[in-house]
Structures are given as structure tokens and as C-alpha cells.
Write a protein that binds this ligand. Structure first.
Ligand SMILES: CC(C)=CCNc1ncnc2c1ncn2[C@@H]1O[C@H](COP(=O)(O)O)[C@@H](O)[C@H]1O
Length: 210
């Protein structure tokens, strides 16, 4: 069965991966934009710290993150999705897996992730980010750092969650703390390293920059 074989192939490949951070973000981020540059930097710094990156393997922010990681010599994973129009892996993916089903692919983003970062994006990015929050909140996923990159971009969502969801009693105040917000790529790397000290030790042992 196709669905089952997608799970088997995905688990088989990603279980071998080593520590990696899933990074989501818009397919439409332009290469000349600050958000693209931030994505490259996120990929590069995570790779230098010893983390692989996992993206949707497509254009825009996904390409930026794969690019930063690959150019720094890191593991650069793309979990591609078959879409009604032509879609290929961006050229910076060095380990690609293709999926027909979005829901199988979403399991793969989180099952082996040591952390999650959301760059600015649209509904796809929101969907992937909030799946991570839901799974951590309900204890279905080991608590990993979850970071919104772009304080101004995400401010509306964060403020509304605090002012409306929390005050209506639908979200516990402490659950808001599951999600960090920053404009600082180094803070992302520090959060990931603090949660995974063994990665820091290994990358130091391998002559890593940290
Ligand atoms: C130009 C265009 C729309 C290409 C679409 N090609 C795509 N290739 C791979 N993953 C994708 C694509 N579009 C959306 N996604 C998924 O949804 C997220 C981005 O959705 P959005 O652009 O924020 O809502 C990504 O993290 C990715 O996992």
C-alpha cells in the first residue's frame, strides 16, 4: 500500500539522520528578501553547530535554509510533496524524500526533529508550526524548542493568543511559553544546543565552530 510504504521509507531514512531541526517557511520568499537571507543564516548556523536541517524541499524559505546548511557542509534534507503542478527539490537538498500524502510527510517533519523553527510564511507554515505546538502541548512529542523567527511578523498571532485564547481559557498561559520568538539566529542555535548538549559536544569533538 502506497501510504504504508511512504511511512516505511520515511522512517527508515530519517532514523539514520542524526540530530536535525525542522524549519518551515514560505514557498514564496524571494531570494532578494531579508527573510531569505535569514533562512540561509539559520541553515548555515545550525549546520555549523552540528544539526542537520529538514525542510519541505521546495522554493523560497525552504531553499534558503537548505542552501545555508548545504553550503556549510551540513545535512540538508528535503521532504518533497507531489503537487498538481510541477515541483522539484531545490538544488540545495542533499537528502530528498518524496511524498504523495501531506499527512505522512507531516509526521516525518516532527518524528525525528530535535527542534522546530518557523520562518515567516503562509497557511502551510502555520499548519506545520501549530502541529508541533499541539503535539508538544499534548505530550505526544517530546518537548523540543519551537521558535518563531521574526518578532514583528509573528506578533499579531502571539498577541492574539495571549489576549484572546488565554483570556478565554482555551490556552494555558504556560503553553504560550512553549513557543519562543526571536530575530536573532544565534538565539535559535543556543536554544537548540541547550536542549541537545550531546550535539554541542560532538561538533566540538569534530572541530565544529562552537
Ligand atoms: C511556489 C510554490 C507555491 C511552490 C510549492 N512548493 C512546495 N514545495 C514543498 N513544500 C511546500 C510547497 N508549498 C508549501 N509547502 C509546505 O508548506 C510550507 C510553506 O507553506 P506556505 O508557503 O507558508 O503556505 C512549507 O514549510 C512546506 O512544508
Amino acid at each position: 500500500m502506497r501510504i504504508q510504504s511512504e511511512f516505511v521509507e520515511g522512517f527508515g531514512t530519517l532514523a539514520e539522520l542524526g540530530p536535525a531541526v525542522s524549519v518551515f517557511g514560505s514557498a514564496r520568499t524571494r531570494p532578494d528578501s531579508p527573510h531569505y537571507r535569514a533562512g540561509v543564516e539559520v541553515g548555515r548556523r545550525l549546520a555549523e553547530a552540528g544539526f542537520g536541517v529538514i525542510t519541505g524541499g521546495g522554493p523560497g524559505a525552504m531553499e534558503a535554509v537548505n542552501r545555508g546548511a548545504a553550503e556549510a557542509g551540513g545535512v540538508s534534507v528535503g521532504l518533497g510533496i507531489e503537487l498538481p503542478y510541477e515541483s522539484n527539490f531545490n538544488e540545495y537538498v542533499n537528502l530528498g524524500i518524496y511524498f504523495r500524502y501531506f499527512f505522512v510527510r507531516k509526521v516525518m517533519f516532527l518524528k525525528y526533529a530535535s527542534g522546530v523553527v518557523a520562518l515567516p510564511g503562509g497557511v502551510g507554515t502555520m499548519d506545520e508550526l501549530f502541529e508541533a505546538v499541539t503535539l508538544v502541548q499534548t505530550g505526544k512529542l517530546t518537548a523540543v524548542p519551537i521558535v518563531m523567527y521574526g518578532v514583528d511578523f509573528w506578533a499579531g498571532v502571539r498577541n492574539w493568543m495571549g489576549a484572546t485564547m488565554v483570556s478565554e481559557g482555551y490556552v494555558r498561559p504556560e503553553d504560550l511559553e512553549l513557543v519562543h520568538a526571536t530575530d536573532d539566529v544565534e538565539e535559535i542555535v543556543e536554544l537548540m544546543c541547550a536542549a541537545h548538549p550531546s550535539v554541542v559536544a560532538a561538533s566540538r569533538g569534530a572541530g565544529g565552530s562552537r
